[in-house]
Design a protein. Sequence first.
Length: 281
Amino acid sequence: MVEKEISQYSLDREELAAIEKQLTIEVGLHYIAIIEFVPASESITAVELFTFEKLEHNWYQIFQEVRLQSILFDVNYASKQIFINGFQQSIIPEKFYKAEETNNFLQILYGWKNSDLNYDSIYIQNQQVYIASQLPTDLQQMFHVSFSDIPVYNSLRKQIETALKLGSELQNYWHIQFYPGCFSLVSVQQQQLHLAESYCYTCVEDIIFRLVSILNTYNIQTLPLKVQVSGIIHESDEMYTAIKKLIPDVQWQPSFRSEQVLIEKNYYPEHYLQPFFNVVL
């Protein structure tokens, strides 16, 4: 069952015609976020967040339920784009990337499932790398059939860009974004991309286990570590308190300028919706 968790709109969003706006749909393992964006002013005028718990998804049914509850989904926007987030994925340098071999590698790494290869690319310091993902076959087929003219990107590429920018002057920097049922972490060490990965969780122990594992595996304690977080997490949450105990230098990601986010977001702290805004701002 799909639930509409958040629906926030700017008061004057209807003053601009849809043809002057862009729609972004972000698809995660347990959520779909829909963001209305005005390219001319680089501002967000609406956001909707839908969540679902079932692990064996029927993606056609999920999208149909979202369509019925959303006031943005079927509007005739000037352009649309799709981002995928949190699926089984790996980052591969261009010189090692071959579609068939990558698909076999992901199937061996994550298990043989009904899945298809999806890839996105990003330039990091003048070198191209691929973000290769395993998507459920029915989701990939739906993209091809129902959204055939809409480009599909990976949200991790935007987080990598954000982390490289925010951590450009730091020796050791983490950028963490929390979503329903998962979080993604990008590590930058001395201006170099060190790690970019997404992890599922069901409790605070899952999160701390992953963070401790990364700290120990890469011996990150040898450098001063600064961490910035955003997303569906409150300062009073148990998991935020646990992270602060593990890594003292934790801060919220810097907020966007007020003129960039025009929605009525009074119900949520500034950082709460930022991961969804990061893909468009």
